[in-house]
Design a binder for this molecule. Sequence first.
Ligand SMILES: Nc1ncnc2c1ncn2[C@@H]1O[C@H](COP(=O)(O)OP(=O)(O)OP(=O)(O)O)[C@@H](O)[C@H]1O
Ligand SMILES: [Mg+2]
Length: 356
Amino acid sequence: MLLDAFTQADYAINITDPDGRLVRVNDAYLRLYKFQSESEILGKTQRLIRSSSTPESLYKDMWKTITRGETWRGNLVNRAVDGSAIHIHLTISPIRRDGKIVGYMGFSLNREQQVLLERQLFHANKLMVLGTLSAGLAHEMNNPLASVLLEAEYLRKLFNREGEADKAAGLKATESVIRGVERMQRVLNHLLQYSRKDAIQGMENFTVKRLLEEAFLFMDRQLMTRGIEVTVYADESLSIRGNYTQIESVLHNLISNARDAFSEWETGEAKRISIYARRRENQIEIRFEDNAGGIPDHLLAHIFEPFFTTKDGSKGTGLGLALARKLIEEHGGTIHCVSQFGCTRFTIVLPAGEPA
Ligand SMILES: Nc1ncnc2c1ncn2[C@@H]1O[C@H](COP(=O)(O)OP(=O)(O)OP(=O)(O)O)[C@@H](O)[C@H]1O
Ligand SMILES: [Mg+2]
């Protein structure tokens, strides 16, 4: 009877020996990971179902907790036999006999539905923030367009003149046209790619420089026209391992928050956003600072809570920072905020990638 209950349980259950090798799994476990039979996996470790989307630090934390004799709970991504991603909430506890750990038991709850909803939320937030960021998109396009038009008119004049055209001057104007068009193409391509629903790719290595450049691509001018100066201090070699679109959306949330804070704060002081990135062992730390007035202590404790906002209904949903924290933590990273003397600093720590 007990064995029947185990075999037929709706939760995926697996039992391992103290070294993490599979001893028993139930039917739901086989179904979840699309294995044919128990015999093909017994004796193997859970590496069988590991996905590179789960940060290494999570496994370390899990292993440390259970070998200490405690229960570990958390969300992670595994991989089924056919390569598809399996999102689960895992509870894993030691099994003891006479006080000694003789194995571990894992319960997996399929999070497929929840992940689907989380993705929709992420996408909605991305588009909303993008909507406010790219209000400056028209400006972003206007400047290169104006210069392209100017250079093209010059070229027409050049070739309309009597006699031979000045080749060097013509080439220079042509170069300028190409640069202007390339810049517009870059902004538009990035906009299209970023706002696609399936922009959620897997983990990749990317440089901090590319991340920061592209994150500001849509709004350089919007910040400039508001008199906000952006300074970036980041070594070109720094790189991160993560999901590019997700990390970029975290930055967009921080940028839009700083922009909003500046609009409510007039000190006469120069408005500044400063970003510092550096390597700390096998992690990258990004500090994002503004001098837009700061956050009072009694609010600071709540800013990462979902739906916490000080903005009126049409302006903010209060989801930006809650999502940012969720995304960063799924990468095995951290995000913290301190605010003092009118300045706010967000510190993000993420796993480093291969050096560029
Ligand atoms: N740089 C900042 N300076 C001052 N206050 C900030 C800053 N960043 C965040 N806050 C405060 O934290 C609150 C929560 O931020 P969060 O991004 O989660 O939500 P929101 O910006 O209000 O709404 P949403 O991001 O969903 O549009 C903000 O309403 C604001 O009060
Ligand atoms: Mg926000």
